[in-house]
Design a protein around this ligand. Structure first.
Ligand code: FE2
Length: 252
């Protein structure tokens, strides 16, 4: 693995097999002269281009953590998989699964930068959001966010999983950053109660983090790209309802 520049780097997450969004983001990162990228997981799961996505990511050898869908892809029997995991599973080979299996659930990029997929404890828990009993996805209270950060003595804590770009600063100055989703701007989930997550834009999203004398400077980048090929792949796989999600960032 190349040396990671922990003073200025890009943060990507939740690609979900959208290789055209990934290519657009990688171009945008290169255009800014940023050489280091950390990837927060959920790389392949989805009805689009899982194999192509894996074949782009694996040679890049960037520091990456394992998402819940990566874990399920690597460890669940095909017949027990969720349809979007199964769609990805059917495209990939043992070498791709081996790569997923080797990913750590969390990593430290320096003594000051920590990365995980959901929270430090769980790859299926939303860190900066919560779902109300009515199914509304809302910002999580600060004390709950801080409780999940207990014991992680980093200035910058990175998470993905909710597909929503958000930064929250804790009272002690630690910064928690979710870069949003590269390739899946809207989805539905049944747990803890049925809800929708909607970024409200189809643009591919990621974040840039830079250490300054005054603290962590962060920015979100929304990169427009043509989702047409990904929509066709989803449709061909029986997931035509992904068209609106990919094109608009809304479920419907
Ligand atoms: Fe996830």
């Amino acid at each position: 693995m190349k040396t990671f520049d922990s003073s200025r780097f890009a943060v990507i997450a939740d690609i979900h097999g959208n290789s055209d969004a990934l290519k657009a983001v990688l171009r945008d990162i290169a255009d800014q002269g940023i050489a280091s990228i950390v990837n927060l997981g959920d790389h392949l799961s989805g009805p689009m281009a899982a194999r192509e996505t894996a074949d782009i990511l694996m040679p890049l050898d960037m520091p990456s953590v394992r998402g819940n869908h990566d874990r399920w892809l690597a460890a669940t029997a095909r017949e027990d998989m969720h349809p979007v995991d199964g769609a990805a599973f059917d495209q990939i080979e043992a070498r791709h699964l081996d790569w997923l299996r080797r990913l750590p659930p969390e990593l430290w990029l320096s003594g000051d930068v920590f990365a995980c997929h959901g929270t430090p404890e769980s790859d299926t828990t939303y860190w900066l959001e919560t779902v109300s009993p009515e199914g509304d996805v809302v910002a999580r209270p600060r004390d709950e966010v801080a409780a999940a950060a207990a014991g992680i003595e980093a200035g910058l804590l990175l998470c993905g999983h909710t597909h929503l770009p958000r930064r929250m600063d804790l009272p002690d100055g630690r910064v928690i950053l979710n870069p949003g989703s590269v390739g899946c701007p809207a989805y539905v989930d049944d747990l803890p109660v049925p809800h929708m997550v909607q970024a409200g834009t189809g643009a591919a999203c990621y974040a840039v983090a830079e250490r300054t004398g005054a603290g962590w400077q962060t920015s979100f980048r929304h990169v427009p790209y043509d989702p047409g090929r990904m929509i066709e792949l989803a449709r061909a796989g029986g997931h035509a309802h992904w068209e609106t999600r990919l094109a608009t960032g809304w479920v419907a």
